[in-house]
Write a protein that binds this ligand. Sequence first.
Ligand SMILES: Nc1ncnc2c1ncn2[C@@H]1O[C@H](COP(=O)(O)OP(=O)(O)O)[C@@H](O)[C@H]1O
Ligand SMILES: [Mg+2]
Length: 328
Amino acid sequence: MEKWTDRYASEVPFGGEVGLVEFRSFEDSLHPCSNAILTANLYIRKMKGGSQSILVLANDGRHYVVKMTDNPIGPNVLANEHLGSHVAKAVGVPVAEAKGICLSDSFIDSHPDMWFELPSGVRRPTKGMHFGSLFVGKTSGPDRPTEYISPSRVSMITNREAFLGMYLLDVWANHQDNRQAIFRRSSTNAQEVCFIDHGHMFGGPEWNFKENSASALHLERAVYSDLWRDEQVVSWISRIQTLIPDVLASIVPPMPSEWYSGDLGELLIRLEDRLLRLPELVQADAEKTWHPSQQKNINETLRLSDVGIHDLRTPETRSAFHRRRGTA
Ligand SMILES: Nc1ncnc2c1ncn2[C@@H]1O[C@H](COP(=O)(O)OP(=O)(O)O)[C@@H](O)[C@H]1O
Ligand SMILES: [Mg+2]
């Protein structure tokens, strides 16, 4: 497998310029605002959550949840959001669209409500490029999306298999928090999942990887029911290992330097190593997380199938994985 860290080191200087980000972030040619800089026009409200993000209307007429640099959660949260969104999208896991959003001095001064509230007092955010997550669904009214899903509605999630892909990505990224998702209801009452909040991926806001951290699972464990199939797991792992090097090589360099304070080169080397070891990481995590002895609190009918967890370590599965890799 090609080492993307080599490519990164040889071709691109560290600490991309904000100007580059502004350009690269809007290359979606389908959107009328492609190659334009998005700015927040209207402040709507502060969102719940430790990073004290805000809901804004941007100059493309769409709503974004904006997570600001220097937020109280930690120094690398915006980089994690950016990387998490793009790798997930690249491997086919549904995530809210990521954009850079500029907040001007006058916008920040006009809305003291959006300033960070800290134990030490209020802190004014800084102007510049922040991370925007395109709001999933409607921002108000009865069709507002929800983060809660009851076990009885789990079967109505049309793209529920995405939870398996997201779990495997989170294992790779050493995600240090629960997995957050938004559920959007369609006219037929079906639910569609879209993942949000990647701020604690990549070893958390401090890029502090912990090998024995708990798995990043959605709080409603029923969403994983019967998802584990050896072939699916092998296929996701193969896709992740194949696609992620290119994604990281293309999205990391133009990231604004204000979005992280950790050692980016070190992070990439660690991620590359974890990518190579992904089957082992998944196997270890799955045994810990999904072994029947760990599932005392999960209703029998919701338990993941016994296939998979145990079979992942069988010679058949391992050889299936290696066969797949050999042809990738
Ligand atoms: N793309 C989005 N679409 C809809 N709601 C969102 C989106 N992103 C975030 N939210 C809402 O904003 C809240 C805070 O965002 P989150 O990313 O979880 O920030 P924090 O890091 O503070 O936990 C979420 O709990 C969710 O309700
Ligand atoms: Mg959150």
